[in-house]
Ligand binder design. Sequence first.
Ligand SMILES: [Fe+2]
Ligand SMILES: [Fe+2]
Length: 308
Amino acid sequence: MTQPRVAKDWYESAGVRSGPRRMLEEDREFGLEVFPERLVPHLAHEGLADLGAEGRRALLTQHFYQYMLFTSHLETKVVNRGAALVAHGEVDIEVGPEARLDAFKIYSDEAYHALFSLDVVQQVEKVTATPVLPYDFGPRMARLDRTVERFLPDHGALGHLLQVVAFETVVTRFLAQIPRDEKVFRVVREVVGDHVRDEVHHHAYFSRFFKELWAGLPPRTRSEVACSMPHFVNDCLRPDLGPVRAALLSVGVPADRAEEVIRDCYREEMLVAGVRDAGRHTLALCETVGAFDFPEAREQLQLLGLAD
Ligand SMILES: [Fe+2]
Ligand SMILES: [Fe+2]
């Protein structure tokens, strides 16, 4: 991999290099909501109709916290684990000097994304007085690493890299709309906008990286990679229901009703449809290199409900 793909003017344009710290100022946020309600599937459930405005607001705020905390864990524990491997040249392909520097630029971007995600959570907590619930990234991490053990038991570093390829190339369309959503807190729109701007470059970098990586792999490893990719996409995109449950209980929803709400709002077919939609770019990237010409990989795609 010889050509850099991170922004040519990264030193001037990257958020971590030149962006302002985004501050929540209460008078700028008057009448706005912390996060778009439409992105919280369970808020519309009839079982929560008697929750009251305050309870609904607390649920929405918890969802926002969970998204931001998920981001800060993901960037530092998954994406930067892989970015460091590339920067150090500890991967299965030859990485040129520019591309290695680029990997550290991405590393710096992601560390900064983790910082501002936690920063905005703390600012919102102070103003709304809705306490942040503990966030556990463990189940997600376990899921991602189980896929490595299952499909790439002899290629741990490669597995960690593919997790990054998956996270950096999936496209969550709804998030990209947040910066233009005038009903949402300005500080949240700004922070999400800053993040999306950097990620456009990461997407291009890792799409290219995957193609070059694939081209250099022996056939047996190609088959293992091809089988693992639909699972990594699935691992990335499936929502964690533990935090949803904790949020519902925290606003006083009885346990049996919380289970009913979760059952209704996160049905298997809805989850699969969500993964297929947000994962389509990554799966198309795999298709481009011929990954799903391996019948065993196509079978994994079908098992997960992600085939066309
Ligand atoms: Fe990021
Ligand atoms: Fe990224």
